[in-house]
Design a protein around this ligand. Structure first.
Ligand SMILES: Cc1cc2nc3c(=O)[nH]c(=O)nc-3n(C[C@H](O)[C@H](O)[C@H](O)COP(=O)(O)OP(=O)(O)OC[C@H]3O[C@@H](n4cnc5c(N)ncnc54)[C@H](O)[C@@H]3O)c2cc1C
Length: 532
């Protein structure tokens, strides 16, 4: 069963290894003991619904409303765990067909309800925040619009209901010998509709493409009407309206179904572990790999701090001692190791030649390949890392992530600036932050930068939020000053909204507002997100 106040399935528990406890105490200090509010107490906080209607598809059940009142952002976590969540949708609708969904939207329009589309609830930037409104708020769940509707092998297109979650989508395609290959770390729960409207990026996007490459067309319903996006292989007929809907975060209406470009399961889809002796050399190697035409599915390079933290958190002391011994013998200094995971995918012969060529680049920068075992281990546990957030919170540590993308000449300096801004953000409160980074999606022109930070939860929820706000603001300003995008993959929501104008410009924001006004004249579709 899905954990109501944290990440993932309740049955999956991750232990924080002893070594990691000691490391964290050393790096940020001993945590204050944290207690989580029980679900029954939280349900008592859900007020009476302001909505009259209840039907087989609209539920006013307090637990259901609680479960749709948040996503997975750090403020969401504080709200769930400390019981400070204070705004809840008045009801949750679960339409089972597109016709039912249109009926729900008509009702919402008639009753002047605010509508928050809800996919898998995995947003990390406040997309699902319930606004303070006089009108009732309806959460519109896509949970039951989750089926494979059509499959056209000749055109390699599959049509799914927008609420299909990662595992169900891949299972339906795998049964036919195909894959979408879109694996965000939230794969277990996030949905196709959520991916499209937040411009999501999967871990192997280098080979399979980001969602904007995979989203071929579909159907959107907005208060102003219905838009069909035909799946043309290409078109020069003016601006591409799919691009307007990609990243629209529920502000322009809802995506009810999507056509996606699928491909045959590749013959080879392997991941290798590599260690570099130092960060600068590693970045140069990654840049050269990114600029090559090799069949890479992913290149993920951790800096020294992340390499050390990942090894300690993995807790596999015996294996790690062996690995350390091997790396030392091969002349790598433990303090500056940078770990890289490199994926190779494609037809067998092409992948094999690609692997050889990639290894030549790695060798040039004194990288050391430790083979497939590490990559296989990563593949097995690729979706379990976020479960550690539950265990760390239980210990008294909050963990959050943020990300950007910049061109290659700015990568090194931007990583430094973000990390430094985060480290300093709460030093005036005598609090330390442990921060580490990896380059996760690489392009010939630049790379995404993904930073994780961990700090002590405070005695009160307000103080914990203040700490988070200070860190988030400092890091977001550092990103803007460095000339990075405010988000490479998580989207805008409410948390990134103040920084959007820096990259879109005033006219750009006005265009977004105008489109939103046109599609949703009453401004009732997920107001307060993306743009005001
Ligand atoms: C542990 C973890 C790991 C993550 N890893 C990644 C990652 O690797 N890559 C990545 O890109 N993101 C990642 N994310 C962020 C998140 O998973 C993505 O933003 C995802 O695309 C959200 O999808 P969802 O279905 O959960 O949408 P939700 O969180 O339910 O909603 C997100 C937004 O989309 C809107 N929406 C949802 N469905 C529809 C629809 N059908 N029509 C219109 N609007 C809709 C909602 O109103 C909201 O504004 C991660 C999040 C977590 C918690």
């Amino acid at each position: 069963m899905k954990r109501w106040n944290g990440w993932g399935d309740e049955s999956v528990k991750q232990k924080v290894p002893e070594g990691a406890r000691a490391m964290l105490e050393d790096l940020v200090g001993s945590p204050a003991l944290q207690q989580s509010i029980p679900r029954e107490k939280m349900i008592e906080k859900v007020p009476e619904s302001r909505l009259g209607q209840e039907s087989s598809v609209i539920s006013k059940d307090a637990g259901t409303r609680l479960d749709h009142a948040h996503g997975q952002s750090l403020p969401d976590w504080v709200g769930m765990r400390c019981g400070t969540l204070s705004r809840f949708p008045d009801a949750v609708a679960f339409p089972e067909s597109e016709a039912m969904l249109e009926d729900v939207l008509s009702l919402a329009d008639k009753e002047k309800m605010t509508v928050i589309p809800y996919g898998g609830g995995t947003s990390v930037v406040g997309h699902l925040d319930v606004p303070e409104k006089d009108a009732p708020v309806l959460s519109l769940s896509f949970e039951r619009l989750n089926r494979l509707i059509d499959f056209e092998p000749e055109s390699r297109l599959a049509t799914f209901g927008a609420g299909v979650a990662g595992p169900d989508l891949e299972a339906a395609l795998k049964a036919r010998g195909y894959t979408l290959g879109h694996y965000p770390q939230s794969f277990e729960y996030s949905t196709l509709g959520g991916w499209v409207v937040t411009r999501s990026s999967g871990q192997q996007s280098r080979y399979y493409g980001r969602i904007e490459d995979l989203f071929a067309g579909g159907r959107a319903v907005a208060p102003a009407g219905v838009i069909e996006f035909p799946p043309f292989p290409a078109s020069a007929a003016g601006p591409d309206l799919r691009q307007v809907f990609l990243g629209s975060e529920g502000r322009l209406g809802v995506l009810t179904r999507a056509l996606v470009r699928v491909r045959r399961m590749p013959e080879t889809d392997d991941v290798y572990g590599v260690f570099f002796p130092a960060w600068d050399a590693a970045v140069s190697a990654v840049r050269e790999l990114a600029g090559s035409d090799l069949p890479l599915s992913m290149v993920r390079l951790s800096n020294e701090e992340e390499t050390m933290t990942s090894l300690v958190l993995a807790g596999k002391d015996k294996e790690i001692e062996l690995l350390k011994k091997y790396l030392r013998i091969r002349g790598l200094d433990e303090m500056s190791w940078c770990m890289m995971l490199m994926g190779i995918a494609g037809p067998g012969k092409i992948a094999s030649a690609g692997k050889k060529a990639a290894k030549r680049i790695i060798k040039k920068y004194k990288g050391l390949s430790v083979g497939r075992a590490m990559g296989e281990a990563w593949k097995k546990s690729r979706f379990t890392a976020p479960y550690m957030r539950n265990s760390l919170w239980d210990m008294g540590y909050a963990v959050d992530t943020l990300e950007t993308a910049v061109t290659w000449e700015k990568v090194g300096s931007t990583v430094k600036q973000i990390q430094e801004a985060i480290r300093q953000a709460i030093s005036d409160k005598n609090e330390k932050v442990h921060v580490f980074t990896h380059l996760s999606h690489v392009y010939s022109s630049g790379s995404s930068i993904y930073t994780t930070y961990l700090f002590r939860i405070a005695e009160t929820p307000e103080e914990t939020l203040q700490r988070w706000r200070a860190i988030k603001t400092a890091a977001s300003r550092a990103i803007v000053e460095a000339g990075g995008t405010i988000s490479h993959q998580h989207g805008v929501g409410v948390d990134h909204k103040p920084y959007l104008e820096a990259e879109k410009g005033k006219p750009g924001i006005e265009i977004l507002r105008a489109v939103s006004g046109q599609m949703d004249p009453g401004q009732r579709m997920n107001p307060g997100k993306l743009v005001d």
